[in-house]
Write a protein that binds this ligand. Structure first.
Ligand SMILES: [Zn+2]
Length: 317
């Protein structure tokens, strides 16, 4: 006889960008208002997690880019690919800030770059000036925003890294609070079952309702979540996710930092929604066997054992 379990799904999605317990070090925004983000830290991209914030620049190039804190230029690069024209500032706090896709640099930096390019007869150039050579105070203009390198349109890509390890940190932990009072909406919730002998997962059912009752004839299920952020036309990333089964956390993570070595595990963390009109990548709220991404809290790794003929409450915060 088949025993059907029910999964009562309740979504409590918090407001995006609101609940950051700020670290002691505070940086300033690298551009002036209006501050509109088109990309957040940890956002799912093809083959990598986004390692910084993307600030919109009104669809134009030419906005002044400012030092986010007192520091010195530790690295500067001009390239037709990747970050394009990019400045790295080191700070006494033990951080490095990165300003990418610039149109051009501060005149002094331009002069320094020009003479190196002229001497080497090369456009592609990466320089590591001495720490005393180019110092800036917080808010000083260091360059002008652009659309250089692998950029899809004018914007500023900004990162905060640990200076020693160059591991990117979530910049929103160090910047003044950015207000966004609209919580992300659940786009699609999908339930999967796992083949007991292999690591592949088969789709069981999906829903785009906030509160949904699934009827599932399985012992164990796994969940994925695709979200829409209604606050802008850009579907931004999520800072943290908690999956609870009857009030116990069975999967969670917070995007505070990750290293470039593990950014490829995004491929083990996400899958295309496969739903028309909801194009994008869904977050798997379970861990695949080979996924060694360090941000998952060890709390069951998303395995949800269903009770026989009873309802279990699933909540995603
Ligand atoms: Zn970016």
């Amino acid at each position: 006889m088949l025993k059907w379990s029910k999964v009562q799904l309740l979504l409590v999605l918090g407001c995006f960008l609101m609940d950051f317990s700020h670290a002691q070090v505070t940086f300033f925004f690298p551009i002036d208002t209006p501050l509109v983000l088109s990309g957040t830290f940890g956002e799912l991209r093809s083959n990598h997690y986004h390692s910084g914030l993307d600030f919109k620049t009104d669809g134009k190039e030419g906005r002044t880019v400012k030092a986010a804190a007192a520091g010195w230029v530790s690295r500067i690069k001009m390239s037709a690919v990747g970050f394009g024209n990019v400045i790295y500032l080191d700070h006494p706090s033990g951080h490095t800030t990165v300003y990418a896709h610039l149109h051009h640099f501060h005149p002094e930096l331009m002069k320094y770059m020009d003479s190196a390019q002229y001497a080497a007869e090369s456009f592609e150039m990466e320089l590591f000036p001495d720490s005393g050579r180019f110092s800036f105070s917080p808010g000083d203009g260091i360059g002008v925003s652009g659309n250089t390198g692998g950029s899809q349109g004018p914007h500023l890509h900004f990162e905060i890294r640990d200076r020693l390890t160059q591991v990117p940190q979530n910049p929103l932990l160090f910047l003044p609070p950015l207000m966004d009072s609209i919580a992300p909406m659940a786009g699609v919730i999908t339930l999967f079952k796992k083949d007991p002998n292999f690591s592949f997962f088969t789709l069981l059912d999906s829903s785009s309702e906030i509160n949904h009752l699934f009827h599932i004839n399985e012992d164990t299920v796994y969940v994925s979540l695709y979200t829409d952020d209604p606050s802008g036309e850009n579907k931004l990333g999520i800072y943290s996710i908690q999956l609870l089964q009857d009030d116990s956390i069975i999967f969670s993570y917070q995007y505070n930092q990750f290293s470039f070595d593990e950014t490829r595990f995004v491929n083990a963390h996400s899958h295309p929604t496969g739903v028309k009109g909801k194009d994008g990548w869904a977050h798997q709220l379970f861990k695949l066997p080979g996924d060694r991404f360090s941000l998952y809290a060890d709390a069951g790794f998303g395995k949800m054992v269903l009770p026989k003929s009873d309802t279990t409450n699933l909540e995603i915060d």
